[in-house]
Design a protein around this ligand. Sequence first.
Ligand SMILES: Nc1ncnc2c1ncn2[C@@H]1O[C@H](COP(=O)(O)OP(=O)(O)OP(=O)(O)O)[C@@H](O)[C@H]1O
Length: 777
Amino acid sequence: MSKVRTQVTVSPQAHVDLRRLGHPAKDAVGDFVRRLRADRTNRALRLSELRTAGGNGRLFVGALDGQRMALLLETEKNRFTVLAIREGALAHDELARLTVGINQISGGIELIDQAEVSANVVALPERSEPTDAQQAGDAATHALHAPLFAGYDDDVLLGLGVVAPLLPALRRVRDKGQLDALLGHNLPELTKDVLLALHGGMGPDAVREQITSTWQADDPVDPHDWARAARRPVSQVSTEDTAVLDALGEGFDAWRLFLHPDQRRLATADFKGSGKVTGGPGTGKTVVALHRVRHLVDRLPPGRTRPVLLTTYNTNLAADLRKRLRQLGGEELVGRVDVKSVDQLAREVTAGERGEDLGSALDDESAMNLWHTVCTEEGVFDYDADFLDSEFKHVILAQGCGTLPMYLRAERRGRGPLHRRDRIAVWRLVEAYRAHLAAPPRRTTYALIADRAARVEQHRMARVEEQASYKEEHGGLDLIHREDGSGMWLKPRYQHIVVDEAQDLSASHWRMLRAMVPKGPNDIFLVGDAHQRIYAHHVILGRLGIETRGRASRRLTLNYRTTQQILTSAHGLIDGETFDDLDAGADDLKGYRSILMGLAPQFWRAPDWQTEMRAVATLIKERHDQYGTPYSAMAISVPDRAAATQMAVTLATQPFLIPAAELRKEGPSKDEGVRIGTMHRFKGLEFQRVFLTGVSDGQVPHQRFEVFRATQPERHRQEMQRARSLLFVAATRARDELIVTWNGRASRFLPDSAERHAFDATELFNQDGPPSGSAAA
Ligand SMILES: Nc1ncnc2c1ncn2[C@@H]1O[C@H](COP(=O)(O)OP(=O)(O)OP(=O)(O)O)[C@@H](O)[C@H]1O
């Protein structure tokens, strides 16, 4: 019999099964897909038809290996979609009972296990019908017992996108616990999102507008046309099954295959100029940025140049972006993109300048020490080094103040008043500081490098524009003679720039980037979140020539990283603060939600730092030994570098013997081992389990900021906001579990309930064993 070429894709829900079942299942699916593509008649696949799905669809089961089976849908001749994976003796029966359908809103293929949902979730405490006496009870009691979604007709729920076969079970859900259990199942994403939003208090109209409409299919949905359904992006990303095989082979991240419709739209949108995406932690901003890069590269003419720049705040994040870009599109994609941190870029720009030697860059601590030196030498002790450094970077350099009169006129929005007399004194100190740097051996700072790079690029862009207009006036003649000396035409550095972690770039960085790409369609695309700003100050992009108002600004609100439970707690950390939208507007986390369910964060208090460290080591070892969490999937944030060393030593000693890797600027010091670093190092990363240690009173926020409360209230407010953002960033790195520990009293940023609910770390070392909480995630 001749072999028939077969196409195979994997559905989003099957992908969730694979995540849950882990690597052996993934490898089995990879093998199965390869063999099925090669020859569907291969007997080892044990491919057998189960039933028709109605219309042109046929359901099959196949054997992945001795223990695992898959449910497949043949949507047209020799095109299969893997819908679900089960393992164990009952795998066949479990697959056979799944209900498969086409969602009438999204047009995507969805499935649910009605039996499992009913049995495990809502069959639980079905409440008996009220007696007469109870019926006489007050309305509040009645409301308490009413099913959660009683207020919405079936038609309303279906119209919003809820998967139809779920309705009978959903009608019996009466409390949040049952809803969480229901959402803990592998349900279609649209259904989960709608139910969460309704339960969170969003009205059906708002849900329709903000959620359902984003999933709406572009064409009319025929509930029997499986071939069409399977080709819609919500069912799969690509009609090429090689993409699926690649994804299965190398790493295993859903984002490479399935994008939320909002994410997809942003990645492929056409902007008249720049585009901006904001959104809370874990909403897939980086994922959108990566897909955006792929989209831009796909539209380039063939070539070897790198006309697209992908940039971010620091080196280790840039390395991470390069890795993820390679996963997304291989060498072919990476080969067309410059992936660099903004400081590296600025460094290269200034290094390329003839006759320019700015000297080596001081690290943050040395730069701060230099301010101390300058103040001592000048005999001025009215301003602290932090303040001077910030004033220099965020006012003087940010606004390009080259002279004292310019600085006297500079705006200091949100920084409180600074009188003329003080500005003159600060300016003198700044001049002394610059003189120190210029004296041999010449040194500089990253802020000065960025400032210089911005000027160089602005100058370069002015020449590019000048040449372009000359060429236009002279009919496009070759102008070699005009560029005599350099002998070449100047071209803009890039055609497109994509920026991740945009909230932490300084005004100088933006000036440099603005001048690296000509103004035009899709010039700059930036993603960021002001709630996570921990370095820079608020920059108004519109004033720097980056216009993203109106339709060019979008927000993502669905979190894919962190469980709803962790998110709610993290949210509490920044409640009450106000945030910008990276431009002149305001932003908040309204509507920010997660469809992932899990454990509530755990709190542990210890009498002292030593006990706290040993408690953390105990909890980590338990998670590794009992639940199989690799050490490298766990991370500990510590208050400072000394604490990092102490923590690593504690982990390494008997009885723990836990390997550790320090999180450095350029990434972890080793591939293996628990990651340890200060909260700043957690930026942009994610881990399965996160331990935030030293979250004690006086440590978070640090007590040194207390002096500003009376003397510089505006400064105090800013420091508090930054400290909250830092804790927020660190907490939202956790995928499955967040553990917060402290010694002495808890940080005032934590809710009062933290102290009340905290476990006592000393009990971990009692003979009776610890109350260590459930850790399986
Ligand atoms: N459509 C998706 N489907 C499945 N997983 C997704 C999707 N989008 C993002 N993710 C996953 O969610 C996590 C967070 O994504 P990403 O890092 O892009 O978020 P972010 O908004 O940049 O986060 P942060 O601002 O906290 O750095 C990652 O693990 C990513 O793989």
